[in-house]
Design a protein around this ligand. Sequence first.
Ligand SMILES: [Zn+2]
Length: 51
Amino acid sequence: MVMKRCDSGHYFDSDKHSACPSCGVAHLSVQATVAAVRSGYAPTRLDKHGN
Ligand SMILES: [Zn+2]
């Protein structure tokens, strides 16, 4: 097991990950969160407003 450090300062196991998983997960979760908020925000707001 070899611990590497990415440009952002995260440590990860380079035997299991070719690139920093923290940076990759953070990037993906930002996209998913934005998509979920955007798709869920308007219907919720319309539902409350419409009632
Ligand atoms: Zn990182």
